[in-house]
Design a protein around this ligand. Structure first.
Ligand code: GAR
Length: 204
C-alpha cells in the first residue's frame, strides 16, 4: 500500500480529484494517509475531515520557516507518508525539506513549465497572449516550479477566454494530470536522466 500525503493551502480541488481517483480505483494500492494545511481555514482541510481523512493544520503565518517545516516533516513521517503531493500548497519548500524526501515530492502548476512559474500562472499566460497553455505535474527540487516533469496537459486559449475561463479549463486538466502522474511515480518504471523521465524498458 502506498501512503500519500497531501499538502494544501486553499480550495483543495486537486486534493479532491486525487481522493476521488483513489476511491474509484484509478490509483490502485494507495491511500491518503494525511492532509496537511498551513492555512487554518483552508476549504480543503474541511473537505478532508468530512471525508474521514486525517487532516492536520500546521500554521505557517508568523513562524520561522524551519520550525513549521520540521513539524510538517515529522507529521509526514509519523503517518508513514512516502509520496507527498503538493496541491495548491502556496509555500516554497526549503532545500532542507526537499532533501528529507528525495524524489518523493510532486507539485502541480497551472502552466506549461518552464513558462510562467510563480503566482497566478493562468493570468500571466493570458496577459502574455499565448495561444496554448496548460498544466504541469513535476518533481519538486530546490527551485520554484522547477524539477523534472512527469505529466503535462495542453489547453488551447480561445479568443472568447478571459483569465477565469482559461483557469477553469486548465483546472479540469489538472485534475486528470495529477492522478496520471501519481500512477507513473508509484509504478516506478522510469529513470530520471538529467531532467527527463525515461521509461525503463523491460529486459526480454
Ligand atoms: C491549482 O490551480 C494549482 O495548480 C495551483 O494552485 C491551485 C490550487 O487549487 N498551484 C500553484 O500555482 C503552485 N505554484 P486547488 O486548491 O483547488 O487544488
Amino acid at each position: 500500500m502506498h501512503f500519500l500525503g497531501v499538502l494544501l493551502s486553499g480550495r483543495g480541488s486537486n486534493f479532491v480529484a486525487i481522493a476521488d481517483s483513489i476511491d474509484a480505483g484509478r490509483i490502485p494500492n494507495a491511500r491518503i494517509a494525511a492532509v496537511i494545511s498551513n492555512v487554518p481555514d483552508a476549504a480543503g482541510i474541511k473537505i478532508a475531515r468530512e471525508r474521514g481523512l486525517t487532516a492536520l493544520v500546521i500554521p505557517s503565518r508568523g513562524r520561522p520557516r524551519a520550525e513549521q517545516e520540521r513539524e510538517v516533516a515529522a507529521a509526514l513521517q509519523q503517518y508513514n507518508v512516502h509520496l507527498i503531493c503538493l496541491a495548491g500548497y502556496m509555500r516554497l519548500l526549503s532545500p532542507w525539506f526537499v532533501k528529507q524526501f528525495p524524489q518523493r515530492i510532486l507539485n502541480i502548476h497551472p502552466s506549461l513549465l518552464p513558462a510562467f512559474p510563480g503566482l497566478e500562472a493562468q493570468e500571466q499566460a493570458f496577459v502574455y497572449g499565448v495561444k496554448i497553455s496548460g498544466c504541469t505535474v513535476h518533481f519538486v527540487d530546490e527551485e520554484l516550479d522547477h524539477g523534472p516533469i512527469i505529466v503535462q496537459k495542453a489547453v488551447q486559449v480561445l479568443d472568447t477566454d478571459d483569465e477565469h475561463t482559461l483557469a477553469a479549463r486548465i483546472l479540469e486538466q489538472e485534475h486528470i494530470a495529477y492522478s496520471e502522474a501519481i500512477n507513473i511515480v508509484l509504478g516506478r518504471q522510469f529513470d530520471i536522466v538529467g531532467r527527463r523521465l525515461r521509461p525503463r524498458t523491460e529486459p526480454l
